[in-house]
Design a protein around this ligand. Structure first.
Ligand code: GDP
Ligand code: GDP
Length: 442
């Protein structure tokens, strides 16, 4: 079970309004290729200590009246297959429509938890009107006003009740050795070469491959053991959809990538060299970073690029610029067709995994970091001086987290934290791994 929550429903019921409320504010992204600003359709949310990924499925429906019904039905089907909890939204001001009914029929048959949300319940009168939606055949209604936020607390309580338990507070937990294999996922947009890569790695030699009955129902976890590496490949590309609808392919691939990102330790983001890194890729980067996952970028189909000796450097510069401030990420130029650097990619991903799980001994951390702090202390704010006394890496299985103990943690600004992060990266190898910096009162 993962942490993927999808919001489905016909257009205009308020899905994106709720989405924006859950992921915190309207986050627009600029699509560098078309030059237009688009809304982001998935993001991270948190409620009572549990984090989850929310998908606004509405963003994947083409805007044309006559394709509505089939588009919404296929969107609902994909959401049911791929997510862990489904928020099914209807609009009290419109009553039950035929689209609501057909979606409800599909959803009632699913084995996933479906929460029926009646939106635009802005006042008491509408609360009464909402009761007609019991006609859709669900046991419970959640009355919501996405615009004002009222009702969202009750909804979220029940959403997170269906998610796996939150990990115990990092600082409380002792370091227990992780017995499971590293999990590596190949993610990216359709057609970049993910399946080709996975097939090239697994090859024909079935002896090195065993399919593990998925912990998640339908993601295929394959054990990989070859060339001195042993890990689990979280496969997003393996299952092919029998669909030709462009939006469905896009939506499906996004859902699979999100799920794989949740499941993995290290993500290999494949981009197409002939297309470059685009807004969708950057969304996956941000999500990997927010989830504390390792990241390796493969610029694939490198065989199709006309090159001089400077081409890869220039390419790399453009990508690193976009990745800022987290630009300490391995970037490889691959050709799956010509088997160029694909085993290198595995090697690098395993190195990133090692970086992600390593622990710097406290004395070493202090010996190296305290002089940097002495040389360039946190700037005084309102005449107050911050004194950092002691640093330690917090135990746990997630990405590396460092606590800086000081007298006035609230007075340390983001740019100083960035300085600390840069010094950690310069001194210890954390390439490909997002690290977190916490200021703590001693
Ligand atoms: P989507 O197409 O399902 O994503 O719907 P939107 O989020 O774009 O919302 C459609 C319209 O409904 C917009 O004009 C919103 O301002 C409005 N809306 C969304 N939530 C509420 C609500 O709780 N109350 C009212 N009165 N209007 C809302
Ligand atoms: P996926 O949708 O990301 O899984 O992409 P596929 O693996 O299905 O690849 C999409 C297309 O790109 C297929 O026609 C592949 O043969 C082609 N392709 C994949 N990798 C390469 C490569 O390194 N070079 C070239 N020229 N084509 C590639």
């Amino acid at each position: 079970m993962g942490n993927l929550v999808a919001i489905v429903g016909r257009p205009n019921v308020g899905k994106s309004t709720l989405f924006n409320r859950l992921v915190g504010g309207r986050v627009a992204i600029v699509d560098d290729f078309s030059g237009v600003t688009r809304d982001r359709h998935y993001g991270q949310s948190e409620w009572i200590g549990k984090t989850f990924t929310v998908v606004d499925t509405g963003g994947f429906v083409p805007e044309s009246e006559d394709v509505f019904e089939s588009a919404i039905n296929s969107q609902v089907k994909i959401a049911v297959e791929e997510s862990d909890v489904i928020i099914f939204m209807v609009d009290v001001s419109a009553g039950i429509t035929s689209l609501d009914k057909s979606a409800a029929d599909l959803l009632r048959r699913s084995k996933k938890p479906v929460l029926l949300v009646v939106n635009k319940v802005d006042n008491g009168d509408r609360q009464y009107e909402a009761a007609v939606f019991y006609g859709l055949g669900f046991d419970k209604l959640y009355c919501l006003s996405s615009a004002s936020g009222s009702g969202t607390g009750d909804l979220l309580d029940d959403v997170v009740a269906h998610l796996p338990p939150a990990p115990a507070d990092e600082e409380e937990t002792e370091t227990v050795p992780v017995s499971r294999l590293p999990r590596i996922a190949v993610v990216g947009r359709p057609n970049v070469g993910k399946s080709s890569l996975v097939n090239a790695l697994l090859g024909e030699d079935r002896n090195i491959v065993t399919e593990i009955a998925g912990t998640t129902r339908d993601s295929i976890h394959t054990e990989y053991k070859a060339f001195g590496h042993h890990f689990t490949l979280v496969d997003t590309a393996g299952i092919r959809r029998k669909t030709k609808v462009k939006e469905d392919i896009e939506f499906y691939s996004v859902m699979r990538s999100l799920r794989a990102l949740e499941d993995c330790d290290v993500s290999i983001l494949v981009i197409d060299a002939t297309v470059g890194i685009d807004a969708q890729d950057m969304n996956l980067v941000h999500l990997a970073v927010r989830n504390g996952k390792g990241l390796v970028i493969l610029v694939n189909k490198w065989d199709l690029i006309e090159k001089t000796h400077k081409t890869s450097l220039e390419f790399e510069k453009v990508i690193r610029k976009k990745l800022e401030p987290f630009d300490d990420v391995p970037i490889l130029f691959t050709s799956v067709h010509e088997k160029q650097r694909i085993f290198k990619a595995v090697e690098v991903a395993m190195k990133v995994h090692a970086n992600r799980t390593k622990r710097i001994p406290t004395h070493k951390l202090n010996d190296i970091m305290l002089p940097f702090i002495a040389k360039y202390p946190p700037p005084a704010i309102k005449g107050k001086f911050v004194k950092i006394k002691f640093i330690t890496q917090l135990p746990g299985h997630t990405n590396p987290k460092f606590a800086f103990f000081c007298n006035l943690p609230k007075y340390v600004n983001e740019s100083y934290k960035r300085y600390l992060e840069n010094k950690i990266r310069e001194s210890f190898d954390f390439q490909g791994v997002p690290i977190s910096i916490y200021m703590r009162e001693k």
